[in-house]
Structure formats: C-alpha cells, structure tokens
Ligand binder design. Structure first.
Ligand SMILES: [Zn+2]
Length: 352
C-alpha cells in the first residue's frame, strides 16, 4: 500500500489540475470495476456491486491537493503565483516546488531573502503570498517562456514520500491522496462476494476550494449512505491552541462533528462498533477547524444522505511535509473495509 501512496503523492494534481491522478486511478481501477466513468467536473466514479441486496454506499476521497498557479512571469524571470486551496503565508518561504508545464516539471524555489539582509527587514513581517516569487533559475522572462512555462501552469510541492522513524512517513499531499490510496485499496481488496449492497467510490475534484467535485457527484448519485475518507489535523504538538483531543498514533479518526458536517449518529456509532468489534485502533473526533466532502455529500438535493467520515490523522497539513503514522493509516483503511463488509440495509442508517 505504501508504493501506491508514493505513486499517488508523486502525481501533480492541485485543484482543477487533477487529471494525472484521475487518469492513473481510472486505468488502475477499470479492470475491477462494474462501472467506471469520469463526470464533467473530473470526478472519477467507480461502482462495485456486492453479491447480496443492501444499501448503496458512496465513499468519497478527494484527488486534489493544495498548490499554486502561475499568475505572472516577471521580466526579471521571477514567477508570481496565486494559491490553489488554503495555505498559510508563513509556510511558503524557501520551499522547493515544481512548476508543471505542458513539457514537464521544472524545479524552482520560493525565494527567501538572504540571512545577511534580514537585519534590514522587519523580523515579524509575514509577507502576503502575492509578494513572494518563484525562482526557476532563469535570467529573464523570455528564458522562463523558452523553458515552456506559461501563465496558468500549476505548481506543486517538490517533496516525495519518505520514512520518518520506524512507523511514520512524511511528504506532501497526504491530504487527500492517503484517502484516495485507502479507497482504491479497499475497492481492490474487499471480497465483494460477501458485500450486501453496492459501493460507489468517488475520487472527487476541487475539494480544497470548497467541496465542488463532491457536490457535482452527490447531486447525480443519490446513495443511501455516504462516507468521506480524508485526513484531519491532530492537536498533539506543544503550541498553545493544541488541546490534545486527537493524536498521531492513536488510530483512525471517527468524525462526530466538524464545521461542514454533523455526522449521522447511526453512521458514526456503526463505525465505532465495527472498530471495537475488530480491534481497530480509533479515536473520536469533534474538531471545528476542518471540513470534508462529507459536508456536501450529506446535503444531497433529493432529501439528504446519512453521512460519516473516516479521518486519517496527520500533522502539518497542507505543507510540503505532512506527517502520518502508518498504523493510523492502516487502521483507517481497515475501518473502511469493515464498513463495506458490515453494512446490511439502508434502514440501519435511518434517522429514527
Ligand atoms: Zn482533505
């Protein structure tokens, strides 16, 4: 599973530029799918039918990552950029990036003033990202264009997946290629001759700019029950706002509430029951700082859908070096498989 995650992380795909990720997953999952298609917004929809009657479950993992986009090529050869998805202006300085143009990936660095210059600067100043620039090593704008770089090219973090210690990994885009990896793995490895109902996997687009892909998918699918599988932010480092309610290494997160969703009680209770029965390490999540595809899946226009979320704990979200505990990741994937195999009827998720 780690090799699949590494492959998914290395594919560039910020919001609106998910084509390489969607194409890879389409080609990988087509042989095992009962139905597979890509909708107008780019969401990959993969249907797997179980052997028995049962509910239709939609599971969404978002294929996009946060990134940037080329806004202007200066005559100096430096590149101005805009954000694709949310990123704190403090996290850009001195980062290595790839500018993804039609003819390939061009390494660059987001410039940081030399240490020798800082005494002439305001040390507390956080520069707006629009004042920052990417240096790809060109002497002027013509050289940048000759490299093949154009306004509108997307920009991604240049880090790959690395092991950290004996049981953790770091790298970029775990949010939410980790969810994509778990969903693809579950679709490939669950024994559907034992499944009651149908599973619709959604690899959604444009989550990081407002759950846009999942909305397009949800409004055409109308499942009986829905899950999102996405990363969440743990609160176990020493900063003052960290309340230690979620910790790296404490297992899969079962969401009860975030700013986009109050999870359906019968869905999160069922996830908790499965985790307890199958000894899957888990932690319950009430965290208002995050939203997921679940926020749009549950508001399906034809009457709403009972929805829950499996959260994969991470540190340093949206940066070039997110960190994840491999045990948490395996627990999250196992819990997703348990849900697919354990569901029996749409009535089990009824509100009353
Ligand atoms: Zn996410």
């Amino acid at each position: 599973m780690k090799e699949l995650l590494r492959t998914l992380v290395d594919l560039p795909g910020p919001c609106g530029f998910e084509q390489p990720v969607i194409k890879y997953l389409y080609e990988r999952l087509a042989p095992i799918a009962d139905e597979i298609r890509v909708n107008g917004l780019g969401d990959l929809i993969v249907v797997k039918k179980g052997a028995f009657e049962g509910p239709t479950l939609a599971v969404s993992a978002h294929s996009d990552e946060v990134g940037m986009i080329v806004k202007k090529i200066e005559s100096s050869g430096l590149i101005r950029f805009e954000k694709l998805g949310g990123g704190d202006d403090r996290m850009y300085l001195s980062e290595r990036v790839f500018v993804n143009s039609e003819n390939g990936q061009h390494p660059g660095v987001i410039g940081l003033i030399s240490a020798h210059m800082t005494k002439f600067d305001d040390a507390k100043l956080v520069r707006d990202h629009r004042k920052l620039y990417i240096d790809v090593g060109a002497t002027d704008g013509d050289e940048v264009r000759a490299m093949g770089i154009r306004v509108g090219d997307c920009i991604t973090w240049a880090s790959s997946l690395s092991d950290a210690g004996s049981h953790r990994v770091f790298g970029h885009a775990f949010d939410d290629r980790a969810g994509c990896c778990a969903l693809a793995w579950a679709l490939e490895h669950v024994d559907f001759s034992k499944v009651h109902g149908t599973v619709i996997g959604i690899f959604s687009t444009q989550e990081e700019v407002g759950l846009r892909g999942a909305r397009a998918a949800a409004n055409s699918l109308h499942p009986d029950v829905a899950l999102a599988i996405d990363t969440t932010a743990v609160s176990d480092t020493p900063e003052p706002m960290m309340d230690k309610t979620l910790s790296l290494g404490d297992g899969a997160g079962i969401k009860i509430m975030d700013f986009s969703l109050i999870a359906a009680k019968k869905v999160w209770k069922f996830l908790e029951q499965l985790a307890e029965e199958q000894n899957i390490p888990h932690q319950m999540e009430v965290f208002l700082g995050i939203g997921t595809d679940g926020g749009t899946l549950h508001m399906d226009v034809e009457g709403g859908v009972p929805t829950g979320v499996i959260s994969i704990p991470t540190r340093y979200a949206h940066s070039s070096v997110e960190m994840m505990d491999w045990g948490d990741f395996e627990a999250s994937e196992k819990l997703l498989e348990a849900f697919m195999l354990g569901m029996r009827s749409k009535e089990q998720f009824a509100f009353i």
